[in-house]
Design a protein around this ligand. Structure first.
Ligand code: NI
Length: 133
């Protein structure tokens, strides 16, 4: 599956963006607030490689608790699919062993605002799927 981006959970999106810029990344768009997930999001690109910086808006954000494990570090890789529902059904099949942890919802920080979903696997942690048509 084609990788869309690598998601970093950060305490301060501006500080993190500055470091990625020093590593050759450029901002794509402005920092966006995703109100349904209570996070700020900023995308940066280095050629084709994208990183997504995610900063919890506050302590009620669903990702706030993940900071214990993933503070200022990558915590998900996002993969592209052309059929999100079918991919979720395949991956949550008993033989694949993924658990759906966040059902499909629009992602306002991604151009076109496609639906994304999050799954958990006991061997590789959290992955995100984005529906690109
Ligand atoms: Ni993501």
């Amino acid at each position: 599956m084609k990788i869309h981006h690598i998601g970093y959970l950060v305490d301060n999106i501006e500080n993190a963006a500055r470091e990625f810029e020093r590593l050759g990344f450029s901002r794509r768009g402005e920092t966006v607030e995703d109100t349904s997930r209570e996070v700020y999001i900023l995308f940066l690109y280095n050629a084709e490689q994208a990183v997504e910086l995610i900063q919890p808006v506050g302590e009620t954000s669903p990702v706030y608790g993940l900071r214990k494990k993933y503070r200022n570090s990558p915590y998900h890789i996002c993969y592209e699919t052309d059929d999100l529902q079918r991919e979720i059904e395949t991956m949550t099949n008993i033989n694949r062993g993924y658990v759906l942890i966040q059902p499909p919802k629009p992602a306002p920080a991604i151009p076109g605002c496609p639906n994304v979903a999050f799954l958990m696997n006991s061997h590789i942690g959290i992955i995100e799927l984005v529906e690109m048509r």
